[in-house]
Design a protein around this ligand. Structure first.
Ligand code: ADP
Ligand code: ASP
Ligand code: MG
Length: 460
């Protein structure tokens, strides 16, 4: 069996949904297929804004819901017929009315907890999957709607970005899908705690749902269908002349997505790597294009690097002073202080002189991080062993990724030469010992210039 996931742009309207059904049906093995869907394009954003508006007492959320209702009901009209249509419309109306009630509740209590937000955020997936199930039934196929927040994907209660319990998830998913004879239409993005409270896997989490389902049933392959021809050498919104990557390794895909390539959710590769299942990225608009194959042993290529990605809106904190030289446990204090305030460190760099450590975090978390570090290092700063921590905002991390960089001298030289020639200032550099990734920090204003310069130097 192949698990196929279709993103928001692939299911944005009735016409696109019809195309998705065609692609999915072409993959039928003994009548069984598993399809994972995102919400129709823009729906998750709309729901999150509506929840915030309702909480603030702004009645604009009601108009937003009117548009939301209409969009789904119109799609139902276009995708189904007869008694299937009647049943579907009744079901959609009931779900839409639940959503309205929940948001009205939020408006009344003037409070939307992270838990409630997770419940609301998942309605887009519930509706798109109900639509697809109805459409497949209308075409005469046996199809079953699976709400992944009902004892299917199991997570902890970290609402907004919950952590998956792999063992329970694999058991629940395989039991449920084994018992099924027709087409499973599964909601991406949403999950639930062992107590049955709805959670979400983080934005763009439907990719991860698909890989969890694929791993659970030991699928032959997982396919993720998007609006691009595959994984590209860089983000097409910023770089000209990008190319489709034919084959890349799981590790390269992880590095690219972790370092900002929005094309795949970063956790997607984890279950697949563990179970040796290949992943293919395909284009719904051009199904004939082979796409990108992501495997454990991709066909080698001879470019020095594979791709480039970037993370925007980051900040750098520099900790400097003689007080950390040769002191065991200094770095651990720094990271403990940050973990206590739940700040995620994206990149670190420490020179071997041990005279300074620099930490890169999201811009939104930087103030909190700075405060925590100042508290932790108060004594050292008062006794002048450590200088006051320096915070630099409005930065960007660029990551150059590729298996071919391993053991190949000269890449770093060429990289920083190219940036130097373009007068791009580099504030910090990190390279892991895997040698698969070189990351560096620049000012946000230099983003496009830096991405294009590096792309030209290595992939042009
Ligand atoms: P979906 O919601 O359909 O799953 P997304 O919009 O989340 O799809 O992701 C696809 C988009 O990711 C593309 O349209 C493209 O603009 C962007 N993108 C960023 N970096 C890359 C990359 N390296 N390769 C391909 N697409 C990328
Ligand atoms: N609908 C969710 C989002 O917009 C999940 C997804 O599309 O993968 O983030
Ligand atoms: Mg997406």
């Amino acid at each position: 069996m192949v698990v196929q996931k279709f993103g928001g742009s692939s299911v944005e309207d009735a016409a696109k949904m019809r195309e998705v059904a065609r692609i999915a049906l072409a993959h039928r093995r003994e009548g069984k297929i598993a399809v994972v869907l995102s919400a129709m394009r823009g729906c998750t954003d709309l729901l999150l804004i509506a929840a915030k508006d309702a909480e603030a007492g702004n009645s604009a959320y009601r108009q937003a819901l009117d548009v939301f209702d209409r969009r789904h009901l119109e799609a139902a009209q276009a995708l189904t017929e007869g008694s299937v249509r009647d049943a579907l419309i009744e079901q959609l109306k009931s779900v839409l009315s639940d959503l309205r009630d929940i948001l009205h509740g939020v408006e009344l209590v003037k409070e939307c907890s992270k838990r409630t937000l997770d419940l609301v955020a998942g309605f887009g997936e519930r509706l798109s999957c109900l639509l697809m199930t109805g459409h497949l039934r209308s075409l005469g196929f046996e199809a079953e709607y699976i709400d992944a927040s009902k004892g299917f994907i199991c997570t902890n209660d970290d609402h907004g970005n919950a952590l998956v319990d792999f063992e329970v998830t694999y058991r629940q998913v395989s039991e449920r899908l084994e018992a099924l004879s027709g087409i499973a239409v599964i909601t991406g993005f949403i999950a639930s705690t062992p107590q049955g409270r709805p959670t979400t896997l983080g934005r763009n989490g439907s990719d991860f749902t698909a890989s969890l389902v694929g791993a659970a049933i030991r699928a032959e392959a997982v396919e993720i269908w998007k609006d691009v021809d595959g994984v590209l050498t860089a983000d097409p919104r910023f770089v000209k002349d990008v190319e489709v990557l034919e084959e890349i390794s799981m590790e390269e895909a992880m590095e690219l997505s972790y370092f900002g390539a929005k094309v795949i959710h970063p956790s997607t590769m984890v279950p697949l790597l563990e179970r040796g299942i290949p992943l293919r990225i395909k284009n719904t608009l051009r199904p004939e294009v082979p796409g990108t194959l992501i495997t454990q042993s991709p066909k080698p290529h001879n470019k020095p690097i594979t791709g480039i990605a970037s993370i925007s809106d980051v900040a750098l904190i520099n900790i400097e002073g003689s007080g950390m030289i040769g002191i065991p446990g200094f770095a651990s204090r720094v990271f403990l202080a940050l973990s206590r305030v739940k700040v995620n460190v994206i990149m670190i760099s420490q020179a071997s002189s041990e005279h300074s450590i620099c930490i890169v975090t999201r811009k939104s978390e930087a103030r909190e991080a700075l405060k925590a570090l100042r508290e932790e290092l108060k004594f050292e700063q008062e006794s002048r062993q450590i200088k006051d921590c320096e915070l630099i905002q409005d930065l960007e991390i660029i990551a150059v990724i590729g298996e071919n960089m391993r053991g190949r001298p000269g890449i770093t030289g060429k990289l920083f030469n190219a940036l130097g020639e373009e007068n791009i200032n580099v504030l910090a550099i990190a390279q892991g010992s895997s040698e698969r990734n070189i990351s560096f920090v620049i000012e946000s204003k230099d983003r496009e210039r830096a991405l294009n310069t590096v792309h030209r130097a290595f992939l042009g």
